[in-house]
Design a protein around this ligand. Structure first.
Ligand code: HEC
Ligand code: HEC
Length: 400
């Protein structure tokens, strides 16, 4: 060891011991503070759902979320896939309800902050989102007329105390929907305009109650948040029970620095709520999945979207829908950036469970393969083994 490297070693020890130059630059400290849970405001008021913050509506929504009566076969509820003790997801690569779906169940913590819902954002409110699985033949496989009858029979009084009088359903067919089977569509077409409007109103209110419940699902504090809180008090390098190991610190620095993760996984939920092509490969034997590019027309056509008749409040709330990017090559195979809070303890990853570990995810970012369609936004990082392990170690601090 020459004199110079001995001096360098002593300096490095000085940094580790907490003296010497600060561990984080002011810019890094600012970014870290912006990622802490304490920086997360309460979800924005949803003026399109005037029951969004009504406790009785959230109570009814919670009941419906866990009720297998809310399905065509009487066996599936939202919580079949969104399990309360598993971060409201199910650990499967592709969700299974009445049938097997093509995508992974999304966890729900903090979901009320996002402007669009599903991996491709084909719904523009939490309440309109909830209506989709109820009628999806692979998920809950019911129909809106049956749900209206069920609400009246089981929860009529609770419903009316919140939403006002139920419509007259005495002449409404037992099973009918503008979507669904041929028989259900045929039954729907025999209904009067007033009958259809009444059923649609009850259906929308089911979504509004469930959304009120979902707004309460918040991400918990993690080790990262305790570290960030200590750092924010001016300590150069938090020690004791909030300390990060040198490996975790390296991972954090890479995440907000050289590895560019924070460009998309930003803010206290580690997501920009937007859509990106990251070159995640498709799954063999599943139908073609083009992501956001096919969802734009779907959210525009949804009768329960922000422009539709079932929105409360006025159209000033519809900016996201009005100004969304509607076309462009960047939408092909673009998916919603997932929150990374809790991710370490809920593999598999990506929109169809393509990767089974965080190591595989980080390896994907390191090599950045081209996308099968459209253009991947990520570029090869050429991370060393040590750097990859450090990123994984940092991601684990978001789940402890
Ligand atoms: C069969 C399993 C299954 C059932 C049942 C189910 N979901 Fe989901 N959920 C999923 C899957 C899979 C996705 C992603 C689907 C996609 O992107 O196409 C999802 C997405 C969501 C999202 C979007 C989250 C986000 O970040 O955009 C919300 C919210 C949600 N579900 C709530 C519900 C509610 C409320 C119910 C009951 C009315 C329900 N789910 C029933 C599997 C299920
Ligand atoms: C260009 C935006 C972008 C960048 C940069 C980015 N991500 Fe992602 N990340 C995404 C999107 C979008 C997905 C979901 C992709 C999909 O399912 O097809 C994702 C998924 C993930 C997942 C899986 C989470 C889950 O629940 O499935 C992890 C973990 C992750 N990213 C970590 C990272 C790390 C670590 C970095 C930095 C090395 C990074 N990301 C950089 C946008 C990005």
């Amino acid at each position: 060891m020459n004199r110079f490297s001995r001096l360098f070693g002593l300096l490095a020890m000085g940094v580790l011991a907490g003296c010497g130059k600060p561990e984080f630059s002011d810019a890094e400290k600012k970014t870290i503070a912006s990622l802490a849970l304490s920086a997360l405001p309460p979800p924005k008021t949803d003026t399109t759902n005037r029951f969004a913050d009504v406790p009785a509506a959230a109570g009814l929504g919670a009941t419906l979320f866990f009720d297998v009566g809310m399905s065509g076969d009487g066996k599936v509820s939202c919580s079949t896939c969104h399990k309360i003790d598993r971060q409201f997801q199910d650990d499967l690569p592709q969700a299974v309800g009445v049938g097997r779906t093509n995508r992974r169940t999304m966890p729900l913590a903090g979901v009320a902050h996002d402007p669009f819902f599903f991996w491709d954002g084909r719904r523009d409110s939490l309440w309109s989102q909830a209506l989709a699985p109820l009628e999806n033949p692979l998920e809950q496989a019911g129909n809106r007329a049956a749900y209206a009858h069920y609400i009246k029979a089981r929860f009529g009084e609770r419903y009316e105390r919140i939403f006002g009088p139920l419509p007259d359903l005495s002449t409404v067919p037992a099973n009918a929907s503008p979507l669904g089977s041929d028989a259900e569509k045929a039954a729907w077409s025999t209904m009067t305009k007033a009958q259809a409007e009444g059923v649609n109103r009850v259906f929308a209110n089911i979504g509004k109650a469930i959304a009120a419940f979902e707004r309460s699902i918040a991400p918990p504090q993690t080790r990262f948040d305790r570290f960030a809180a200590a750092l924010a008090t001016g300590i150069q390098l938090p020690q004791g029970d909030v300390a990060f190991s040198p490996e975790e610190i390296l991972g954090l620095k890479l995440f907000i620095g050289k590895a560019n993760c924070v460009t998309c996984h930003t803010g206290a939920r580690f997501t920009d709520g937007s859509f990106h092509n990251t070159g995640v490969p498709p799954v063999a034997n599943l139908p073609a999945d083009r992501g956001r590019i096919d969802a734009v027309a779907q959210v525009e056509a949804d009768p329960f979207n922000c422009f539709g008749a079932f929105r409360d409040g006025d159209a000033s709330a519809c900016g996201e829908l009005r100004f969304m990017v509607k076309a462009g090559p960047e939408l092909a195979r673009a998916y919603k950036t997932p929150s990374l809070r809790g991710a370490a303890t809920r593999p598999p990853y990506m929109h169809a469970g393509q990767f089974s570990s965080l190591e595989e995810v980080v390896a994907h970012y390191s090599t950045a393969p081209a996308s099968v369609e459209g253009i991947s936004e990520i570029h090869p990082l050429q991370l060393s083994d040590r750097e990859r392990a450090a990123l994984v170690a940092f991601l684990k601090t978001l789940a402890e």
